[in-house]
Design a protein around this ligand. Sequence first.
Ligand code: ADP
Ligand code: GN1
Ligand code: MG
Length: 367
Amino acid sequence: MDLFDIAGQFSVEGNCLDVQPFGNGHINDTYAVTCASGGGVHRYILQKLNSHVFPHPTALMNNFAAVTAYLRPIIKQEGGDPDRECLRLIPTTQGAAYYVDKEGEVWRMTQLIENTDAFLIAESSEMFADAGRAFGLFIRRLQGFDAASLIEVIPDFHNTVKRYENLEKAIAADKAGRAAGVKDLIAFARARKEKTSIIVNALKNGEIPLRVTHNDTKLNNVLIDTASKKAICVIDLDTVMPGSLLYDFGDAIRVGCSTAAEDEKDLGKVHFDKENFAAFTRGFMHGLGDGITEKERSLLPEGAMLMTFECGMRFLTDYLEGDVYFKTAYPEHNLVRCRTQFRLVEEMEQNAGFMHKTVEDICSEIK
Ligand code: ADP
Ligand code: GN1
Ligand code: MG
């Protein structure tokens, strides 16, 4: 596979000069492509979709195209710049949304949004608050989007009950022979089994609404303007599906309220950042507007704990299955990630009272 050949399959401006690996995603292979024409330099993002995680590329790309086509005019109407605040697919030279190479791998291209950065940990609570605004705004803008028209790209993506069941299956199968070494983590997960159904049941019983949500709101999935430090574009739209806003809130808190990276080996550095929790909650509420229901509000702290617990279980499951899902840089990588998530869960449990009080205070401040 020649990356220049692949980039050349898309309708870029000018000639491709350079293709370099880019970003820190755990799923797709991402490259920055630099092209030049008489008119100047143009940069693009080229991605090979992870075919194990996303076996149905047509459905995924239809979702991607529909959501971005819906968002762009709204951003324009609100006085924004759709080319900077929304991903835009660059079609192939044949006019298709993606390219399939000789090995059957699926590639897509978007504009590279210049003068932005993606962060693995929040640099300041102001930055994280603005990420909250951007993620809240994303849900608000998609409120009128027909959820039924979206294909569920990964069924049960945030079904925490199923994630728990998958963990139990992985423990029983013990494919990689690693279960005996992680008894403490297995016990940690089992002690919290009852909690896994909180959101699933609330959705099932109609206590909280099903919405169009992003479902992967880690901090590096929102691009931050290098100069102003404002969150300008929500990216990584592969998992936009019907879901709960508790997923988006919780997954963002999981990452941005940790004082250390997701794969920090020294657990002494991993703590729950209360200031960031308040900042993000305030930003998220502002972005969301008045759309949030009373019940959703009351479950925000549980959403944070559950998304963190779920992610920890997913890392542990992948570790037990022999690292088949997430990209790993070394054999214990998923294990290290699981430990940071479970440490955060513990601290979130200890801070449940603080989280509830903060949500209440922010809600009455906004009213
Ligand atoms: P993954 O699913 O593997 O996480 P992403 O779509 O999130 O893939 O891309 C990985 C990283 O590449 C992002 O975290 C971000 O740093 C960078 N990136 C992706 N798309 C763009 C873009 N259009 N402009 C600038 N950077 C981007
Ligand atoms: C993956 O794609 P990326 O790196 O933004 C994963 C998320 C996990 C996250 C953990 C499609 O996110 O669900 O929370 O890793 N995405 C998918 O870092 O599984
Ligand atoms: Mg990503």
